[in-house]
Design a protein around this ligand. Structure first.
Ligand code: PEP
Ligand code: MN
Length: 348
Protein backbone atom coordinates (compact mmCIF):
# COMPACT_ATOMS: atom_id res chain seq x y z
CA UNK A 1 0.00 0.00 0.00
CA UNK A 2 1.00 3.55 -0.59
CA UNK A 3 -0.22 6.73 1.04
CA UNK A 4 0.10 9.70 -1.27
CA UNK A 5 0.23 12.93 0.70
CA UNK A 6 -1.12 16.19 -0.67
CA UNK A 7 1.49 18.52 -2.17
CA UNK A 8 0.95 20.99 0.66
CA UNK A 9 1.01 18.37 3.47
CA UNK A 10 3.06 19.51 6.48
CA UNK A 11 5.88 17.51 8.13
CA UNK A 12 3.60 17.11 11.17
CA UNK A 13 0.85 15.59 9.04
CA UNK A 14 3.39 13.20 7.44
CA UNK A 15 4.63 12.25 10.90
CA UNK A 16 1.08 11.62 12.13
CA UNK A 17 0.38 9.29 9.19
CA UNK A 18 3.63 7.38 9.88
CA UNK A 19 2.67 6.96 13.53
CA UNK A 20 -0.77 5.73 12.55
CA UNK A 21 0.78 3.11 10.25
CA UNK A 22 3.07 1.96 13.07
CA UNK A 23 0.11 1.64 15.42
CA UNK A 24 -1.50 -0.68 12.89
CA UNK A 25 1.62 -2.85 13.19
CA UNK A 26 3.20 -1.98 9.85
CA UNK A 27 6.29 -0.06 8.77
CA UNK A 28 6.02 3.37 7.16
CA UNK A 29 8.62 4.45 4.58
CA UNK A 30 8.31 8.17 3.85
CA UNK A 31 9.70 8.86 0.37
CA UNK A 32 9.89 12.59 -0.38
CA UNK A 33 9.41 13.48 -4.03
CA UNK A 34 9.69 16.70 -6.01
CA UNK A 35 5.90 17.33 -5.90
CA UNK A 36 4.74 15.43 -2.84
CA UNK A 37 5.70 12.84 -0.26
CA UNK A 38 4.55 9.26 -0.62
CA UNK A 39 4.60 6.86 2.31
CA UNK A 40 5.16 3.22 1.45
CA UNK A 41 3.69 0.66 3.84
CA UNK A 42 5.41 -2.68 4.34
CA UNK A 43 5.12 -5.51 6.83
CA UNK A 44 4.39 -9.19 6.72
CA UNK A 45 1.53 -9.22 9.16
CA UNK A 46 -1.08 -10.13 6.57
CA UNK A 47 -3.70 -8.04 4.84
CA UNK A 48 -3.60 -4.32 5.42
CA UNK A 49 -6.82 -2.66 6.43
CA UNK A 50 -6.60 0.86 5.11
CA UNK A 51 -8.96 1.82 7.97
CA UNK A 52 -9.32 5.51 8.35
CA UNK A 53 -5.96 6.38 6.77
CA UNK A 54 -7.68 8.21 3.96
CA UNK A 55 -9.43 10.40 6.50
CA UNK A 56 -6.19 11.64 8.10
CA UNK A 57 -5.33 15.23 7.33
CA UNK A 58 -2.87 15.85 4.53
CA UNK A 59 -3.63 12.52 2.82
CA UNK A 60 -4.51 12.73 -0.89
CA UNK A 61 -5.15 9.02 -1.51
CA UNK A 62 -4.29 5.49 -0.47
CA UNK A 63 -3.45 3.14 -3.31
CA UNK A 64 -2.56 -0.51 -3.68
CA UNK A 65 0.84 -1.24 -5.25
CA UNK A 66 0.31 -4.39 -7.26
CA UNK A 67 3.98 -5.08 -8.09
CA UNK A 68 5.86 -7.49 -5.81
CA UNK A 69 8.51 -4.82 -5.24
CA UNK A 70 7.04 -1.73 -3.68
CA UNK A 71 9.69 0.69 -2.46
CA UNK A 72 11.87 0.05 -5.51
CA UNK A 73 8.97 0.71 -7.85
CA UNK A 74 8.39 3.85 -9.89
CA UNK A 75 4.74 3.61 -8.86
CA UNK A 76 5.86 4.66 -5.40
CA UNK A 77 8.40 7.28 -6.42
CA UNK A 78 8.24 8.83 -9.84
CA UNK A 79 11.52 10.75 -9.87
CA UNK A 80 14.87 9.06 -10.34
CA UNK A 81 16.73 8.46 -7.11
CA UNK A 82 19.91 10.50 -6.87
CA UNK A 83 22.47 9.38 -4.31
CA UNK A 84 24.78 12.07 -2.95
CA UNK A 85 28.03 11.83 -1.06
CA UNK A 86 28.36 14.31 1.78
CA UNK A 87 31.10 16.86 1.37
CA UNK A 88 31.59 16.15 -2.36
CA UNK A 89 29.88 16.83 -5.68
CA UNK A 90 29.82 13.10 -6.54
CA UNK A 91 26.44 11.59 -7.33
CA UNK A 92 24.98 8.33 -8.54
CA UNK A 93 21.78 8.55 -10.53
CA UNK A 94 21.78 12.24 -11.39
CA UNK A 95 22.32 13.85 -14.78
CA UNK A 96 26.04 13.30 -14.43
CA UNK A 97 27.27 9.82 -15.34
CA UNK A 98 28.96 7.81 -12.59
CA UNK A 99 32.30 6.23 -13.40
CA UNK A 100 33.66 3.63 -11.00
CA UNK A 101 37.15 2.41 -11.91
CA UNK A 102 39.91 0.41 -10.29
CA UNK A 103 41.41 -3.04 -10.05
CA UNK A 104 39.46 -6.22 -9.43
CA UNK A 105 41.46 -6.73 -6.22
CA UNK A 106 43.65 -4.58 -4.05
CA UNK A 107 46.96 -6.44 -4.30
CA UNK A 108 49.36 -4.10 -2.54
CA UNK A 109 49.53 -0.48 -1.41
CA UNK A 110 51.74 0.39 -4.35
CA UNK A 111 49.49 -1.28 -6.95
CA UNK A 112 46.37 0.38 -5.54
CA UNK A 113 47.96 3.84 -5.34
CA UNK A 114 49.39 3.68 -8.85
CA UNK A 115 46.03 2.74 -10.36
CA UNK A 116 44.11 5.22 -8.19
CA UNK A 117 46.38 8.06 -9.25
CA UNK A 118 45.85 7.23 -12.92
CA UNK A 119 42.06 6.90 -12.74
CA UNK A 120 41.78 10.04 -10.60
CA UNK A 121 43.89 12.00 -13.10
CA UNK A 122 41.54 10.85 -15.88
CA UNK A 123 38.54 12.08 -13.87
CA UNK A 124 36.83 9.07 -12.27
CA UNK A 125 34.91 9.99 -9.12
CA UNK A 126 34.75 6.49 -7.66
CA UNK A 127 37.47 3.93 -7.05
CA UNK A 128 36.73 0.21 -6.87
CA UNK A 129 38.94 -2.52 -5.45
CA UNK A 130 38.15 -5.85 -3.88
CA UNK A 131 39.24 -6.42 -0.30
CA UNK A 132 37.14 -9.54 0.20
CA UNK A 133 36.93 -11.59 -2.97
CA UNK A 134 34.25 -14.18 -3.76
CA UNK A 135 36.39 -16.60 -5.80
CA UNK A 136 35.23 -19.75 -7.55
CA UNK A 137 38.31 -21.60 -6.28
CA UNK A 138 39.23 -21.68 -2.59
CA UNK A 139 42.87 -21.71 -3.73
CA UNK A 140 42.59 -18.43 -5.64
CA UNK A 141 43.59 -15.08 -4.10
CA UNK A 142 40.94 -14.21 -1.52
CA UNK A 143 41.76 -10.53 -1.00
CA UNK A 144 43.77 -8.53 1.52
CA UNK A 145 40.80 -7.88 3.82
CA UNK A 146 41.06 -5.07 6.34
CA UNK A 147 44.48 -4.00 5.07
CA UNK A 148 42.92 -3.32 1.67
CA UNK A 149 40.15 -1.26 3.28
CA UNK A 150 42.78 0.85 5.03
CA UNK A 151 44.64 1.39 1.75
CA UNK A 152 41.41 2.52 0.05
CA UNK A 153 40.63 4.93 2.90
CA UNK A 154 44.06 6.48 2.30
CA UNK A 155 43.28 6.68 -1.41
CA UNK A 156 40.07 8.55 -0.60
CA UNK A 157 41.95 11.12 1.47
CA UNK A 158 44.71 11.51 -1.09
CA UNK A 159 42.72 11.66 -4.34
CA UNK A 160 39.17 12.47 -3.19
CA UNK A 161 37.87 9.30 -4.88
CA UNK A 162 34.85 7.73 -3.19
CA UNK A 163 35.34 4.05 -2.44
CA UNK A 164 33.22 1.10 -3.67
CA UNK A 165 34.09 -2.34 -2.34
CA UNK A 166 32.38 -5.65 -1.77
CA UNK A 167 31.15 -7.31 1.42
CA UNK A 168 30.82 -11.07 1.11
CA UNK A 169 29.35 -11.98 4.50
CA UNK A 170 28.21 -10.53 7.82
CA UNK A 171 31.72 -9.99 9.17
CA UNK A 172 33.01 -8.21 6.09
CA UNK A 173 29.78 -6.19 5.84
CA UNK A 174 30.52 -4.53 9.16
CA UNK A 175 34.08 -3.69 8.13
CA UNK A 176 33.17 -2.50 4.64
CA UNK A 177 30.36 -0.32 6.02
CA UNK A 178 32.86 1.31 8.36
CA UNK A 179 35.52 2.04 5.73
CA UNK A 180 33.84 2.39 2.32
CA UNK A 181 31.43 4.90 0.75
CA UNK A 182 29.42 2.31 -1.18
CA UNK A 183 28.93 -1.29 -0.05
CA UNK A 184 28.86 -3.74 -2.94
CA UNK A 185 26.85 -6.96 -2.72
CA UNK A 186 28.20 -9.28 -5.38
CA UNK A 187 26.35 -11.33 -7.97
CA UNK A 188 26.74 -14.51 -5.95
CA UNK A 189 25.11 -12.88 -2.93
CA UNK A 190 22.23 -11.19 -4.74
CA UNK A 191 19.82 -13.62 -3.12
CA UNK A 192 21.58 -13.88 0.23
CA UNK A 193 18.52 -12.51 1.95
CA UNK A 194 19.98 -12.27 5.44
CA UNK A 195 22.95 -10.29 4.08
CA UNK A 196 20.59 -8.01 2.14
CA UNK A 197 18.54 -7.36 5.28
CA UNK A 198 21.66 -6.47 7.20
CA UNK A 199 22.72 -4.14 4.40
CA UNK A 200 19.29 -2.56 4.77
CA UNK A 201 20.11 -1.59 8.32
CA UNK A 202 23.14 0.40 7.18
CA UNK A 203 22.88 4.08 6.38
CA UNK A 204 25.27 3.81 3.46
CA UNK A 205 24.57 3.27 -0.24
CA UNK A 206 24.43 -0.38 -1.31
CA UNK A 207 25.32 -1.47 -4.84
CA UNK A 208 23.71 -4.78 -5.79
CA UNK A 209 25.07 -6.74 -8.70
CA UNK A 210 22.68 -8.84 -10.71
CA UNK A 211 22.82 -12.55 -9.91
CA UNK A 212 24.16 -14.89 -12.56
CA UNK A 213 20.69 -16.17 -13.41
CA UNK A 214 18.50 -13.46 -11.91
CA UNK A 215 15.35 -12.27 -13.64
CA UNK A 216 14.40 -8.61 -13.56
CA UNK A 217 11.86 -9.28 -10.80
CA UNK A 218 14.40 -11.15 -8.69
CA UNK A 219 16.90 -8.32 -9.19
CA UNK A 220 14.40 -5.69 -8.06
CA UNK A 221 13.31 -7.87 -5.13
CA UNK A 222 16.93 -7.93 -3.93
CA UNK A 223 16.80 -4.12 -3.88
CA UNK A 224 13.46 -4.33 -2.09
CA UNK A 225 15.04 -6.45 0.69
CA UNK A 226 17.53 -3.66 1.41
CA UNK A 227 14.91 -0.90 1.15
CA UNK A 228 12.38 -2.73 3.32
CA UNK A 229 14.82 -2.31 6.22
CA UNK A 230 14.90 1.45 5.75
CA UNK A 231 17.96 1.92 3.51
CA UNK A 232 16.67 3.61 0.36
CA UNK A 233 20.09 4.28 -1.20
CA UNK A 234 20.33 1.30 -3.49
CA UNK A 235 22.19 1.13 -6.80
CA UNK A 236 21.64 -1.72 -9.25
CA UNK A 237 24.45 -3.06 -11.43
CA UNK A 238 24.06 -5.20 -14.54
CA UNK A 239 27.14 -7.44 -14.85
CA UNK A 240 26.06 -10.10 -17.29
CA UNK A 241 24.21 -13.36 -16.87
CA UNK A 242 25.04 -16.91 -17.79
CA UNK A 243 23.84 -18.12 -21.18
CA UNK A 244 24.96 -20.69 -23.75
CA UNK A 245 27.08 -18.03 -25.46
CA UNK A 246 30.76 -18.81 -24.97
CA UNK A 247 32.42 -15.94 -26.82
CA UNK A 248 32.26 -13.89 -23.61
CA UNK A 249 32.54 -14.77 -19.91
CA UNK A 250 28.90 -13.73 -19.37
CA UNK A 251 26.23 -12.23 -21.59
CA UNK A 252 25.90 -8.54 -20.82
CA UNK A 253 22.16 -7.94 -20.86
CA UNK A 254 21.87 -4.27 -21.75
CA UNK A 255 18.20 -4.71 -22.54
CA UNK A 256 17.61 -4.70 -18.80
CA UNK A 257 18.54 -1.00 -18.66
CA UNK A 258 15.37 0.44 -20.22
CA UNK A 259 13.32 -2.20 -18.37
CA UNK A 260 14.75 -1.16 -15.00
CA UNK A 261 14.35 2.51 -15.80
CA UNK A 262 10.71 1.95 -16.69
CA UNK A 263 9.88 -0.01 -13.53
CA UNK A 264 12.15 1.51 -10.91
CA UNK A 265 13.46 4.88 -9.77
CA UNK A 266 16.77 3.35 -8.65
CA UNK A 267 20.02 4.12 -10.47
CA UNK A 268 21.55 1.37 -12.59
CA UNK A 269 25.20 0.99 -13.55
CA UNK A 270 26.75 -1.45 -16.01
CA UNK A 271 29.88 -3.53 -15.39
CA UNK A 272 31.20 -4.49 -18.83
CA UNK A 273 34.35 -6.05 -17.31
CA UNK A 274 32.61 -8.99 -15.64
CA UNK A 275 29.89 -8.72 -18.28
CA UNK A 276 32.26 -9.72 -21.06
CA UNK A 277 35.45 -10.98 -19.40
CA UNK A 278 37.43 -9.53 -22.32
CA UNK A 279 39.52 -6.38 -22.37
CA UNK A 280 38.71 -5.72 -26.04
CA UNK A 281 34.98 -5.74 -25.34
CA UNK A 282 34.99 -3.32 -22.42
CA UNK A 283 35.10 -0.07 -24.39
CA UNK A 284 32.41 -0.97 -26.96
CA UNK A 285 30.06 -2.22 -24.23
CA UNK A 286 30.71 0.86 -22.06
CA UNK A 287 29.64 3.03 -24.97
CA UNK A 288 26.56 0.88 -25.47
CA UNK A 289 25.75 1.00 -21.75
CA UNK A 290 25.66 4.80 -21.71
CA UNK A 291 23.80 4.90 -25.01
CA UNK A 292 21.14 2.58 -23.59
CA UNK A 293 20.48 4.87 -20.63
CA UNK A 294 22.64 3.46 -17.83
CA UNK A 295 23.59 5.88 -15.07
CA UNK A 296 27.24 5.01 -15.48
CA UNK A 297 29.75 2.20 -15.65
CA UNK A 298 32.00 0.26 -13.32
CA UNK A 299 35.17 -0.97 -14.99
CA UNK A 300 38.25 -2.89 -13.93
CA UNK A 301 41.47 -1.01 -14.66
CA UNK A 302 44.98 -2.36 -14.02
CA UNK A 303 48.40 -0.95 -14.85
CA UNK A 304 49.91 -4.46 -15.17
CA UNK A 305 46.96 -6.74 -15.97
CA UNK A 306 49.27 -9.53 -17.12
CA UNK A 307 50.35 -10.07 -13.51
CA UNK A 308 47.02 -9.19 -11.82
CA UNK A 309 46.01 -11.55 -9.02
CA UNK A 310 42.43 -11.64 -10.34
CA UNK A 311 40.61 -10.79 -13.56
CA UNK A 312 43.65 -9.58 -15.52
CA UNK A 313 42.21 -10.56 -18.95
CA UNK A 314 39.20 -8.27 -18.50
CA UNK A 315 41.09 -5.35 -16.94
CA UNK A 316 41.71 -2.43 -19.27
CA UNK A 317 44.94 -0.44 -19.35
CA UNK A 318 44.95 3.13 -18.02
CA UNK A 319 45.27 4.55 -21.55
CA UNK A 320 42.19 2.59 -22.62
CA UNK A 321 40.37 3.97 -19.60
CA UNK A 322 41.31 7.49 -20.69
CA UNK A 323 39.94 6.77 -24.16
CA UNK A 324 36.76 5.35 -22.63
CA UNK A 325 36.22 8.57 -20.68
CA UNK A 326 36.68 10.68 -23.81
CA UNK A 327 34.22 8.53 -25.74
CA UNK A 328 31.62 8.52 -22.97
CA UNK A 329 31.96 12.28 -22.67
CA UNK A 330 30.96 12.56 -26.33
CA UNK A 331 28.04 10.15 -26.05
CA UNK A 332 26.70 11.69 -22.81
CA UNK A 333 24.99 14.76 -24.33
CA UNK A 334 23.24 12.62 -26.96
CA UNK A 335 21.36 10.90 -24.11
CA UNK A 336 20.89 14.05 -22.03
CA UNK A 337 23.74 13.39 -19.65
CA UNK A 338 27.09 14.89 -18.73
CA UNK A 339 30.35 13.29 -17.70
CA UNK A 340 31.76 15.02 -14.63
CA UNK A 341 35.56 14.86 -14.40
CA UNK A 342 37.10 14.62 -10.96
CA UNK A 343 35.55 14.87 -7.51
CA UNK A 344 35.29 18.23 -5.85
CA UNK A 345 35.76 17.66 -2.15
CA UNK A 346 33.88 20.52 -0.52
CA UNK A 347 34.63 19.52 3.06
CA UNK A 348 35.97 16.40 4.69
C1 PEP B 1 33.58 -7.74 -8.59
O1 PEP B 1 32.99 -6.69 -8.89
O2 PEP B 1 34.78 -7.78 -8.33
C2 PEP B 1 32.83 -9.01 -8.62
C3 PEP B 1 33.29 -10.10 -8.02
O3 PEP B 1 31.71 -8.93 -9.34
P1 PEP B 1 30.49 -9.96 -9.52
O4 PEP B 1 29.87 -10.14 -8.16
O5 PEP B 1 29.62 -9.24 -10.48
O6 PEP B 1 31.06 -11.24 -10.08
MN1 MN C 1 36.74 -8.89 -10.86
Amino acid sequence: MLVVMKAQATPEQIQAVCEHIEQLGFRPHPLPGAQRTAIGITGNKGAFDRGDLEALSGVAEVIRVSKPYKLASRDVKEEDTVIRFAGTDATIGGRGLTIVAGPCSIESRQQAFEIAELVAATGAQFFRGGAFKPRTSPYAFQGMGLEALRIMAEIRSRFGLRIVTEAIDNESLELVAEWADVVQIGARNMQNFSLLKRAGKLRKPVLIKRGLSATLDEFLMAAEYVMSEGNYEVILCERGVRTFADHTRNTLDLSIIPAVRRLSHLPILVDPSHGTGRRDSVLPMSRAAVASGADGVMVEVHNHPEVALSDGPQSIYPDQFARMMDELEQIAPVVGRTLPRGVKVLSS
